[in-house]
Design a protein around this ligand. Structure first.
Ligand code: GLN
Length: 484
């Protein structure tokens, strides 16, 4: 059963080929057997999953089942889950048990999805390799010596290794798309505001967005349909109806105009990755799409702007972890200042500490105009580049990541090189646009992702564009040999 997509599992459940309890047991067995090699899970909630699976089976008997009822999924450990530890990969929240469910969790529960557990991630979602987690690194199922990408590396590895058919992730600068690319799965970062951030632990609030990770675009469409929607508890949530993302997947692509930004195919892009991406684009031409070269002239400013804005927002968001309210508290503080400094010093790892320091500096009096304000102005230039492009084309395509998965440990001591992993994904967050990564082949035996970028709220178009490719090819069905 584990090789089936969500769409196939959903059909199997509806036809009575297996129960959700059987399905859930099968995936839990795989988690038990394979997770020790991958470290993709922080918490496994086996008993709760089986109880939920039985409830889903009953719901089905009552004829009240929807497409996700009884389907196993996992949540990135950044989403609050009532009664279950929500660690964010950090010592700071190692013992934090959320008193409520995030909106995304609640919505997927309501749809009847069965949570198997919580997945590993970079600490507070800061990273591109899943090596900054308190719980240790995640291993890439295609080669255990390689990183899975980050920060949603646990979710990506779990889907790729068939320990779950679907997962949630979050993407502030690439954390859904980049690990999806490095693990050979499909991941969608929706338009900012499409999915509620309520109960999703904040990293950089103007960039953070939750989204689905699964094997196929069709599965992402099913998950997004349940996750998206207006939420009065998130003031930036978009108040517009959620379309049926699965309804129009099968239309032909004829006439689709794909823009290829010349800045995404230049220096820094690995040659073998470029070749695989070119082949995917050739396939799109065969499917009836037309390709046009475009320019996103401010692309090179995205990383510097992001590494001012994201740390600035993180320094403010993470101020709440002070040892007083919740989270880690140091032993025997001398006085209040000692309580703050030691609790924070012990609770946060080195990457989080670095970002808080950078962000606090960038926001301090005298520097605000030079850094934060300027970064916000660049952000506008980047959005304008995309808006000009979308006057010419329907979708923008290019590589998701400049390289395939790299070796564990290779970039941990070199933050700048690590930050460059997100060179093609970060601008999309700065502009608030939707972006999707789909697997399109292999370079040196490791998966390569193609990124599709759409205009605001064009998730349906991205899913459709990816789905048509997946109907014509089988890259998304390939499984890593050790986990087939
Ligand atoms: N790698 C980027 C960072 O470390 C993006 C992370 C993310 O999208 N959460 O900030």
């Amino acid at each position: 059963m584990h090789e089936k997509t969500i769409a196939q599992l959903s059909a199997g459940l509806a036809a009575g080929e297996f129960s959700s309890e059987e399905l859930t047991r099968a995936f839990l067995e795989r988690v038990e057997r394979f997770n020790p090699q991958l470290n993709a899970f922080i918490t496994v909630t086996a008993e709760a999953a089986l109880a939920r699976a039985r409830a889903a089976d009953q719901r089905r008997h009552r004829d009240e089942a929807g497409p996700l009822t009884g389907v196993p999924i996992v949540h990135k450990d950044i989403f609050c889950t009532e009664g279950v530890r929500t660690s964010c990969g950090s010592r700071m929240l190692d013992r934090f048990v959320a008193p409520y469910d995030a909106t995304v969790v609640e919505k997927l529960n309501t749809a009847g999805a069965v949570m198997l557990g919580k997945t590993n991630m970079d600490e507070f979602a800061m990273g591109s390799s899943n090596e900054t987690s308190l719980y240790g690194p995640v291993h890439n199922p295609w080669d255990l010596a390689m990183v899975p990408g980050g920060s949603s590396g646990g979710s990506a590895a779990a889907v790729a290794a068939r320990l779950t058919p679907g997962a949630t992730g979050t993407d502030t600068g690439g954390s859904i798309r980049q690990p999806a690319a490095l693990c050979g799965i499909t991941g969608l970062k929706p338009t900012y505001g499409r999915v509620s951030r309520w109960g999703m632990i904040a990293y950089a609030s103007s960039l953070d967005q939750g989204g689905p990770m699964a094997r196929s675009a069709e599965d992402c469409a099913l998950l997004l349909g349940a996750m998206a929607g207006f939420d009065p508890r998130d003031s930036t949530s978009a108040d517009r109806p959620v379309p049926d993302y699965t309804a129009l997947l099968d239309r032909p692509l004829d006439g689709l105009k794909i823009g290829l930004p010349k800045e995404y195919f230049g220096e820094g892009l690995d040659g073998a990755v470029a070749q695989v991406v070119e082949e995917a684009i050739a396939e799109y031409r065969k499917l009836g799409a037309e390709t046009v070269e475009i320019s996103l002239p401010n692309s090179r400013l995205a990383i510097p702007a992001y590494y001012v804005i994201a740390p600035a927002e993180c320094s403010s968001n993470l101020a709440r972890f002070d040892g007083v309210r919740y989270g880690h508290r140091c032993e025997n503080p001398k006085d209040l200042l000692d309580l703050y400094t030691r609790s924070r010093g012990e609770g946060f790892g080195p990457e989080v500490t670095r970002r808080i320091l950078v962000g606090t500096f960038a926001l301090s009096a005298g520097y605000y105009d030079a850094y934060y304000l300027k970064a916000q102005q660049i952000r506008r230039l980047i959005s304008d580049d995309f808006q000009r492009a979308f006057q010419q084309v329907d979708v923008i395509a290019g590589p998701t990541s400049p390289t395939v998965a790299f070796k564990l440990g290779e970039k941990v001591d070199d933050p700048i090189t690590m930050y460059l992993s997100d060179i093609y994904t970060i601008a999309v967050n700065l502009a608030g646009l939707p972006g999707l990564s789909l697997p399109v082949g292999f370079a040196a035996g490791l998966p390569v992702g193609l990124q599709l970028i759409g205009d605001y709220f064009a998730e349906d178009r991205l899913l459709h564009t990816a789905h048509r490719y997946q109907q014509a090819t089988d890259w998304h069905l390939r499984a890593p040999a050790a986990f087939a």
